[in-house]
Ligand binder design. Structure first.
Ligand code: SF4
Length: 130
């Protein structure tokens, strides 16, 4: 049986761009160049390159809210950020408290972790009426 190392495969990526779910192999050629095999279309190749060289993720979580109807507001990034920056972004979010009222789509944190993406509210959150 041929191992991944023998075949030059350094990573296998399942394309999630469409339901076909092609398995794309990233191989290192003897000259050190990297090649992609197994994609069926350019969108899959682009996805595999992105995933191999600079994987990105859409971060969804919650932020603490002061004086709100609920203690937490669900939030998300307005565009995917580098996977390598997820922990930095989560640290910033963990140390942030937002004041109610909040409107869905409000930018709560700009330029999170220097990723040129914003953290936005995923719902309205009114003030807690006493
Ligand atoms: S490579 Fe193309 S056909 Fe295959 S899963 Fe990705 S988008 Fe779909």
């Amino acid at each position: 049986m041929q191992s991944c190392e023998d075949s030059g495969v350094i990573k296998t990526i399942r394309c999630i761009v469409c339901p076909t779910g092609c398995e794309i192999e990233v191989k290192e050629k003897p000259d050190g160049e990297v090649e992609f095999e197994g994609y069926t279309c350019k969108r899959g190749l682009d996805y595999a390159k992105q995933e191999f060289y600079e994987p990105k993720r859409v971060l969804t979580t919650t932020i603490r809210v002061e004086n709100g109807f609920l203690p937490l507001v669900p939030v998300r990034v307005d565009k995917a950020i580098a996977k390598a920056k997820l922990n930095d972004a989560l640290d910033i979010i963990a140390n942030t408290i937002i004041k109610a009222p909040i409107k869905m789509g409000d930018i709560l944190i700009e330029n999170i972790a220097g990723e040129d993406a914003n953290i936005i509210a995923s719902r309205d959150l009114p003030i807690l009426e006493e």
